[in-house]
Design a protein. Sequence first.
Length: 90
Amino acid sequence: MSSPFLEIVQLADGEIVLKRSDEEGDPLVEIRFSEESKDYIGDAGIDIAKAMIQAGIQAAAHLNEARLEARFEEEDGEIVFGESEEHVLH
């Protein structure tokens, strides 16, 4: 069973990853700043990555909630699933 705990880790190459605390293998999220970005943000990379991950989790929760609400329709006191929709990513 997967761990419910996540950790943010900065790897030796400077990449910052989000992974389950008890698992090896591919991380859930990878953040890599370009050299130009590193020059601009200095030592704040880990703090910026934390803020990015937190914003991503909040956005995913909000979008998931909105998607679930859109899929349910109330008809004659019964809850039915609506038709699935395609999503265009820009």
